[in-house]
Design a protein around this ligand. Structure first.
Ligand code: ZN
Length: 384
């Protein structure tokens, strides 16, 4: 269908035809992905301003929720063994120190019992990721007298890890491949180098009521070096277009459209939203979160969260599946779920370009279809 040269995707719901404008959404995506939108950066600020301006155009009151947090960044941590320097990530919260000592391969994940019969005093313990938290691994190693710890990833590639607070000894992670080369008795230098910076984040909130019944959310920040077309300009633009579609509809008087910042650094925007709006949050019937809805990785649309919301959505669209555990904690619905809000996460899977400079391509039709389904869910939720 083509109206005045604008391509549209027509979604029919309850006799109401809404036209999601592909051209307008493509233009939104182009603006959003022009540069990486790292929380606190000029580009993230510009993206927030763009969303706010578009939402105002659609007739909403727009509020910014400002918040700050501390982010630490790796400045080139390393692990050198026998003259070979391996790539390593300092665990966030690791003391910034260099340690030169002998490696001791601990059989296992670094629980107390894994150290039986080993002497790691003044040495660097090497343990495998998993089973217990990173901080617990470091505490066990420190308790046994280790001067540093190397945590080997239990999957291909390296991992970014955090202690969640200041850890007891310098700690780095290495890839599973590099970890396999680490032998007890080798002399090694572990260097943990991270900096801390204060980030000013900003959630963008479009509303027409002070007490919403439903929140539609998406994070609009991206990672360093990643333009984040799919992650998550796709979800942001879907929510923006939904705000436009619903603007002439009474549903918009009971819905907030929230664009979260600081998601990639640890769900800061959504956590701060829930913390600062406890009463509002308690009154919600649902929070629907869209993250990575522009590239079809899975055959079916992944949904994560509340069982009855899943079932409701399944009656509207059969081509869905339950993300289960993997849909629990990895995006902005998680803090709402933790506060007791029924949530549903919409997600088409993690594509190969995720968090890469190559995250530049999305399927506008897929975004429009997903947004159309979200609109049907909102219509159902607010019908009674
Ligand atoms: Zn994301």
């Amino acid at each position: 269908m083509n109206i005045k040269g604008f391509a549209v995707v027509v979604v029919v719901l309850f006799g109401v035809v809404s036209a999601f404008s592909s051209e307008r959404m493509a233009a939104d995506i182009a603006v959003m992905q022009a540069q990486p939108r790292v929380a606190g950066s000029q580009a993230a600020f510009a993206a927030g301003d763009y969303l706010a301006a578009e939402l105002k155009k659609a007739g909403y009151t727009v509020d910014f929720q400002n918040f700050t947090y501390t982010r630490t960044r790796d400045l080139g941590s390393s692990l050198s063994v026998g003259g070979v320097t391996l790539g390593a990530n300092a665990v966030a919260g690791s003391p910034n120190q260099a340690v030169t000592a002998v490696l001791v391969a601990v059989p296992g994940v670094g629980r107390a019992e894994d150290y039986t019969g080993l002497d790691v005093r003044g040495k660097i313990a090497v343990v495998v990721r998993g089973t217990i938290p990173f901080l617990e691994k470091a505490r066990q190693a420190a308790e046994k007298g280790a001067a540093g710890i190397v945590i080997v990833n239990n999957a291909p590639g390296n991992v970014s890890a955090t202690f969640g607070q200041l850890g007891p000894i310098p700690a780095v992670t290495v890839s599973a491949e590099d970890g396999a080369k680490l032998l007890s008795g080798s002399q090694a230098t572990l260097e943990a180098r991270r900096i801390s910076e204060e980030v000013k984040g900003r959630n963008v909130i479009a509303k027409r009521t002070e007490q919403p019944v439903v929140i539609l959310g998406a994070h609009y920040d991206s990672v360093l070096g990643g333009p984040g077309a799919n992650d998550n300009a796709s979800g942001s633009v879907a929510v923006l277009e939904l705000a436009r579609q619903l603007s002439a509809n009474s549903l918009s008087e009971r819905t907030w459209f929230v664009f979260f910042d600081g998601e990639e650094d640890g769900l800061w925007g959504s956590r701060r939203f829930v913390e600062q709006n406890p009463e509002l949050t308690k009154g919600l019937k649902a929070m629907l979160n869209l993250d990575m809805v522009g590239v079809k990785v899975t055959d079916k649309l992944g949904l994560g969260g509340d069982k009855s919301l899943f079932e409701l959505t399944q009656t509207l669209e059969a081509n869905v599946f339950d993300l289960g555990e993997q849909g629990r904690n990895n995006s902005d619905h998680a803090p709402f779920a933790a506060a007791g809000v029924p949530v549903l996460f919409f997600h088409w899977g993690i594509d190969v370009n995720c968090h890469q400079p190559s995250d530049t391509v999305v399927d506008i039709q897929l975004i429009a279809q997903t947004a159309g389904l979200v609109q049907k869910v909102v219509e159902k939720l607010l019908a009674n």
